[in-house]
Write a new protein. Sequence first.
Length: 260
Amino acid sequence: MEKSILVTGATSGFGKATATLFAKHGYTVVITGRRADRLQDLEKELIEKYGCKVIALAFDVRVKKQVEHAIAELKKQLTVIDILVNNAGLAAGLSTIDEGDTEDWDTMIDTNIKGLLYVTRQVAPMMKKQGHGYIFNIGSTAGKIVYKNGNVYCATKYAVDALTQGMRIDLLPYGIRVTSINPGMAETEFAVVRFKGDVQRAKSVYDDVHPLNPNDIADLIWYCANLPARVCVNDLTVTCLTQANSVYSIKDSDRAKPVA
Ligand code: NDP
Ligand code: 8X3
């Protein structure tokens, strides 16, 4: 039977990699994000490469009315959503609490917490009705241990962790699995967005490390989604080889050399 996945933030990074992987496996993919031009390009690419059905919905997860409208439109084309990946999110800035930019705080809270909630509020009732579903929330190692200057971003990812736990409890009777995937450092557009387009500063984050790749996260989502229906991975925290957690990592060149 035809299966479907809705990925928020599919114009880049983890979301794009996830939509692409599931398209490759014949899923109907619903790709979303604010940048309509990117959605159009991805839609074209996935249809050409994999011949799958693609539905592109451009909306801002922060705007409740836009989310409601987009999902109402989607329901006219698709009655079942097997998988929802709540991935759209960002960090904006990196500073102490006394110097933080309150607009950045609003952006992070509105996107990472409220946006995730608005989308879930529309999709969870569909899953409840259909009697099955799988929700992935993209958290972060930043939602496990707070790091210096990470304050508000970390708080949003702690909230994602709490919401994942709450959603799993609430949706338990309806056969809906809920998993949080908590990546560490991964090279996407994340750092460029955090540093407001400062590509050099963003690049320096990954100097002398081999960060995670967006495909690593897509592979984990694919893995969890293909476990037997009785299995629900609650929480998956994943880092690259040189990172232990959100506060401790080493440079690649500092790795011990094998004894000859
Ligand atoms: P990217 O910047 O590459 O992708 C972010 C995606 O989110 C884009 O598709 C963007 O689309 C979308 N997005 C952002 N704001 C909104 C909005 N208001 N409405 C709709 N879509 C939005 O970063 P990543 O792939 O790295 O980030 C994905 C998730 O992973 C985020 O939640 C992030 O916090 C998390 N994460 C990232 C890590 C990393 O090191 N990269 C590590 C741990 C977690 P558009 O701009 O077109 O709207
Ligand atoms: C993104 C990874 O380390 O910048 O969640 O917080 S980190």
